[in-house]
Design a protein around this ligand. Structure first.
Ligand SMILES: NC(=O)c1ccc[n+]([C@@H]2O[C@H](COP(=O)([O-])OP(=O)(O)OC[C@H]3O[C@@H](n4cnc5c(N)ncnc54)[C@H](O)[C@@H]3O)[C@@H](O)[C@H]2O)c1
Length: 264
């Protein structure tokens, strides 16, 4: 049985992750951690009936790990606190699945160093959906053949999303520059400037849009659009659960969803 701790347990993704852990025959929820609803039963918070798992305070995360001894922490929170959660898990030798987005390069590097130093395994991905990871492969293929086309990335998310552009849009841009070489990223154009060899990245925020990403390759007389649309957060939750099972038997290191899916 894989023992799972969840940070951001009271959030949209955390709740879905917990539902999926409860349905899984190979997983057990041992700890629900957040900064709100401390002491309440997480099942009551989720309105699914008591689970005898109280919400624990993220400020005491190491104590929580000492008593619940999780095999893996699944973190869907906010970038700054997520770094602290990751460092605590690494110190306590807990494997990691990190879905939180919006990390700076420096934060990413601090987390990776701690993970490698501690010898645990981690899957860090801005998008755990299986479809999006296939979408990245399609982008790399298109970029190889359409290297002189103009490239624009347009993403849309719900009005509660904090970071812009999305981690998925940035990863799409990086996937393309890995094939084409460095290009300037131009975020949401405004004012007067000619288009150069750049990648335009545009974020739309509204309503309850779960997550749309379109990459436009536009040339003379034609264009191709490669599009992924998430219909439900379940697409991310299922992928994160799959990653949590995978990471518990992986060698030490930092991996992404392509490693989990074996599509590198
Ligand atoms: N990788 C993916 O596939 C994927 C998919 C969806 C969302 N996300 C990302 O996951 C994150 C969470 O998204 P959400 O929609 O669930 O947000 P949310 O606001 O619904 O939930 C975040 C939760 O984290 C809690 N929290 C804040 N600080 C904390 C801390 N120090 N320790 C523990 N919990 C803490 C909040 O109280 C809240 O309950 C965002 O960064 C979002 O972009 C990633």
């Amino acid at each position: 049985m894989i023992k799972v701790a969840v940070t951001g347990a009271c959030g949209r993704m955390g709740g879905l992750i917990i539902e999926n852990v409860l349905k899984s025959k190979e997983m057990k929820l041992v700890s629900a951690i957040d900064i709100s609803n401390i002491g309440k039963d997480i099942g009551e918070v989720m309105r699914i009936g008591a689970l005898n798992v109280p919400v624990e305070d993220a400020n005491n995360i190491e104590m929580s790990f000492e008593s619940s001894k999780p095999d893996v922490l699944i973190d869907f929170t906010v970038a700054d606190p997520a770094v602290k959660n990751v460092l605590a898990a690494a110190r306590k030798k807990v494997n990691l699945v990190v879905g939180t987005t919006g990390f700076s390069r420096e934060q990413r590097s601090i987390m990776e160093t701690a993970i490698k130093f501690s010898g645990v395994s981690a899957v860090i991905s801005p998008n755990f959906s299986i479809g999006v990871n296939v979408f990245y492969g399609l982008l790399a293929e298109a970029a190889k053949r359409l290297d002189d086309y103009d490239i624009e990335i347009i993403e849309a998310h719900h009005n509660q999303k904090k970071d812009s552009p999305s981690g998925t849009a940035l990863k799409a841009a990086q996937t393309i520059t890995n094939v084409l070489g460095e290009r300037e990223f131009v975020y949401g154009r405004h004012g007067q400037a000619l288009r150069k060899r750049e990648i335009g990245i545009h974020a739309v925020r509204g309503g309850d849009i779960v997550g749309d990403h379109t990459v436009l390759f536009a040339g003379d007389g034609e264009r191709i659009e490669i599009k992924h649309q998430a219909h439900s957060r379940q697409a991310f939750a299922k992928g994160a659960i799959r990653a949590a099972v995978w990471v518990c038997s992986a060698r030490s290191g930092v991996f992404d969803m392509k490693d989990v899916l074996g599509i590198k």
